[in-house]
Each structure stands twice: as C-alpha cells, then as structure tokens.
Design a binder for this molecule. Structure first.
Ligand SMILES: Cc1cc2nc3c(=O)[nH]c(=O)nc-3n(C[C@H](O)[C@H](O)[C@H](O)COP(=O)(O)OP(=O)(O)OC[C@H]3O[C@@H](n4cnc5c(N)ncnc54)[C@H](O)[C@@H]3O)c2cc1C
Length: 177
C-alpha cells in the first residue's frame, strides 16, 4: 500500500480534483516533475473514484453542466457522453472507467482518511496520519511520509443541513445531498 511507509506525491481526494492531478502528472501540466505512477498514492474515505459522484447516488441525480464541458479529458479518452446532461451514474462510471483504463487503480488507497498533515521542515517532507476504517476490520492507523501533498478534498462533501428550528426533531423522512 505504502512501501516503506512513504510515497512521493500524496493526493488527498479521489474526485475530479484528485483524478486530474494524477492524470496531469502523466500527461500534461505536472509532467516536468516526472512523477511515476508507482510513487503516487491517491487516498479517499470513499470506496472508489468519483468524489461527490461516488457519495451521491439518489434517484434523478444528474449533472447540471453540459457533459461536454463537465466531464474532464474527453478528448484524451475519446468518450462520447450519452446525454447532453449526464446522469450521476454516468459521471461516476466514467470516473471509474478512466481510472481503470489509465492504471490509476493501483495508486488508490480507499476507505482511508487523512487525519493530520504536519510539515517536517528538517527533512522537507510531510508527515501524514491516516486512519483506515474498513467494514469487518479493525481500525488501522498509519503514519506515512510524502514529499508532496495535493489537497483536493472538495468543498461539498459534507452535508450542510438547513438550520430550520426543530429540524432535528422532525420525525418524517428527510433527505439532503
Ligand atoms: C449532490 C451534488 C451534485 C453536484 N452536481 C453538480 C453539477 O451538476 N454540476 C457541477 O458543476 N458541479 C456539481 N457538484 C459539485 C461537485 O462537487 C464538483 O463538480 C466536483 O465533483 C468536485 O470535485 P472535487 O474533486 O473538487 O471534490 P469532491 O468530488 O468533493 O471530492 C473530494 C473527495 O475528497 C475526499 N476527502 C475529503 N476529506 C478527506 C480526508 N480528510 N481524507 C480522505 N479523503 C477525503 C472526499 O471523500 C471526496 O470523495 C455537485 C456536488 C454534489 C455534492
């Protein structure tokens, strides 16, 4: 998972943000930094790729931006969106399939939360506390080191429940993305 408890580049978040950072190390913007896939790890508390699209699967979920603009790297993948506005399922499946196609799966460490990041000035690297919570397994704590950390942990992955008076006492069904 983490050979010698370290990696070169740790990417915190497996949504579009994380996915684009990994791809860019291989294909475009970060290429001069020459990160090899084997030295990259992408972690997420989720069990797969997609970020917001992994967590949200409610009926009718769809992207409100045209797929041709929203889905990243369509030219590189050659993927043709099925609809002008993709369903949530299509977006999530696209994220998973690209990860498979480009060999990102082995770089991913899922069901793993970054609990603490501390910069070690002396050694010029990050000390990262990770917590792995996996069904049927004991909680594991890992302490790893990374030269670089990309924090692409999103801004909409924690529901903000409206503050209506009494909402917590409401007995009926309630849903919030
Ligand atoms: C229900 C819903 C519908 C949306 N619909 C649209 C839409 O139609 N059009 C649009 O443009 N945008 C939409 N968005 C916004 C969407 O969040 C962005 O478009 C985009 O997916 C964000 O990607 P991201 O990688 O930045 O973050 P995210 O997709 O949120 O991914 C961040 C990931 O980081 C992980 N993470 C966070 N903290 C930690 C930690 N400490 N340790 C490990 N992992 C961590 C999270 O589990 C998450 O998987 C929607 C968002 C939601 C929630």
């Amino acid at each position: 998972m983490f050979p010698d408890n370290r990696c070169e580049l740790l990417i915190l978040g497996a949504g579009w943000g994380g996915w684009i950072v990994v791809c860019s190390t291989q294909y475009a913007w970060l290429r001069p930094a020459a990160f090899v896939l084997e030295k990259i790890r992408i972690i997420d508390t989720a069990g797969g790729f997609g970020g917001a699209w992994y967590w949200n699967r409610y009926p009718g979920l769809a992207c409100d931006i045209e797929s041709y603009c929203y889905l990243p790297l369509l030219e590189e993948t050659g993927y043709m969106p099925k609809h002008r506005y993709s369903s949530g399922e299509e977006v999530r499946t696209y994220a998973e399939s690209v990860a498979q196609k480009w060999g990102l799966v082995d770089s991913a460490v899922f069901q793993t939360k970054a609990d603490k990041l501390v910069w070690d000035e002396e050694n010029k690297e990050w000390q990262v506390d990770l917590v792995q919570t996996r069904k049927g397994e004991q909680v594991q704590r890992l302490n790893i080191r990374a030269k670089f950390v990309a924090t692409v942990n999103g801004v909409q992955n924690w529901p903000k429940i409206p503050g209506f008076p009494g909402i917590l006492d409401y007995q009926g069904d309630i849903f919030h993305s």
